[in-house]
Design a protein around this ligand. Sequence first.
Ligand SMILES: Cc1cc2nc3c(=O)[nH]c(=O)nc-3n(C[C@H](O)[C@H](O)[C@H](O)COP(=O)(O)O)c2cc1C
Length: 347
Amino acid sequence: MSLASPAPVAPSIDPAALRLSVAPMMDWTDSHCRVFHRLLAPHARLYSEMVHANAVIHGDRERLLGMDPVEHPVALQLGGSEPALLAQAARIGADWGYDEINLNCGCPSDRVQAGRFGACLMREPGLVADSVAAMVAASATAARPVPVTVKCRLGVDDDHDYDRFRAFVDTVAEAGCGIFIVHARNAWLQGLSPKENREVPPLRYDWAYRLKRERPDLQVVVNGGIADAEEATAHLAHADGAMLGRAAYHTPYLLHRLDVAWFGGQLQPRAELLRAMRPYVEAQLARGVFLKHISRHLLGLFANERGGRAFRQVLSEGAHKPGAGWALVEEAIAITESFAQPAVQDA
Ligand SMILES: Cc1cc2nc3c(=O)[nH]c(=O)nc-3n(C[C@H](O)[C@H](O)[C@H](O)COP(=O)(O)O)c2cc1C
């Protein structure tokens, strides 16, 4: 019998807690945004913006990692490719109270490529495995060990080889990662902007489904291009969860619909959900936060509803003015409510 202690394995995540999640999005999924999404979707798993491991170690942690207790469960997404630094950052994130540490293997921006992390890591499964092993070991020493997960693409550039994708996953899984969020398209590292890289390379959900079929012990969450409740629900027949990015941000009521449909409860009207933000908003204003930093995340709440454009306009124009406070939000809600008044009498 070997006396060497077995390599630590990261804790797993309860399947129900993986079903619905909101993607990590730079400049979008900050703490204010996550508090809003939490009110809409009590069962969703939320992800931070990507933070580079170096920034976690050397930067202003309160600014980079600060969160509100209502956000849980919330994951910290790390960028980086140096196992020792990622391990240190993972431990800091676990100690800070994050419920999961996620490694970004999917971001295609030039800045990220220059730093040799993000999507180009799809070509370096050994390095990702070393990083994951170090992160799992570091997280295991935290007071509360947390799962280490990976968000990846199917490949980069012209890799259209399912076996290569699965080999990447197998190598990383062996290092202790049991949960993969698959943005189900390639990243093209040359010639496409990050935005185009979320739209142009074709989606291949079937690869994520096949991975789940062939590796049933892994938890596989599908991401990419999920636009509505029907599409999101369809993924649950083939994978452990659906992660929504842009649709969740631009039409956040969708999160509420999905939460109620998948976990039960009563649909709440948009205005009521928004009014639940009031104590948070007022506490933030009292701390010197400007309304515009919170209200920008709320603009899509009434998307596709009568009064939705006016709601957006009132909030986006007014929130920049000095002294803007909760009264402005009420003003915007009132507009939508005036549209919702029943017609006096159909002619
Ligand atoms: C504004 C924006 C910022 C993003 N930032 C990140 C990021 O920091 N880390 C990451 O893994 N993906 C990032 N993504 C990609 C999303 O997490 C997601 O994989 C992608 O948008 C596809 O999902 P969707 O079609 O549901 O939006 C970002 C996407 C957007 C729109």
